[in-house]
Design a protein around this ligand. Structure first.
Ligand code: FES
Ligand code: FES
Length: 157
């Protein structure tokens, strides 16, 4: 039986009818055309699909869409400024060469934003630990850690 959902995506009220088996990832990409969120493993192991639900990071491939009824979902498309300015962490990724192919990058940025908000960016070891759910096949980890550290410094953390 299909379920009617009402939730916000990047601040926009959204109503949809979904199959109980549909993942949040598939709803975002296939139904709402928010393709910035990437599908890597589709099994909760790579972090490419990371988004925020009520401000907390989740892997959207393992999140049933029905679970976000009444909640606020934020994707990579929703973290910049109103005029398209990059989020400070996105700029820091550029400054620190924190990407190569870019496939993992939206998930890394969403996890990194949450890592900063959680106060888990005090040093490189802590950043590595709290970013360990996000894999990068290109091995851009040094730049990713540096980008998060730079953003934490700018924010006075
Ligand atoms: Fe969701 Fe890999 S696609 S964790
Ligand atoms: Fe290619 Fe991370 S930049 S997988």
């Amino acid at each position: 039986m299909d379920n009617a959902l009402a939730f916000t995506v990047n601040g926009r009220p959204t109503r949809l009818t979904v199959d109980p088996r549909e993942s949040l990832l598939d709803v975002l990409r296939e139904r709402l055309e928010l393709t910035g969120t990437k599908k890597g493993c589709d099994h909760g192991q790579c972090g490419a699909c990371t988004v925020h639900v009520d401000g907390r990071r989740v892997v959207s491939c393992l999140t049933p869409a029905v679970k976000v009824d009444g909640r606020a979902v934020t994707t990579i498309e929703g973290i910049g400024g109103p005029d398209g300015e990059l989020h400070p962490l996105q700029q820091a990724f550029i400054d620190n060469d924190a990407l190569q192919c870019g496939y993992c990058t939206p998930g890394q940025v969403m996890s990194g934003v949450a890592c900063l908000a959680e106060g888990h960016a005090s040093d490189d070891a802590e950043i590595r630990e709290y970013m360990s759910g996000n894999l990068c096949r290109c091995g851009a980890y040094v730049g990713i850690v540096a980008a998060i550290r730079q953003t934490a410094r700018q924010a006075g953390r």
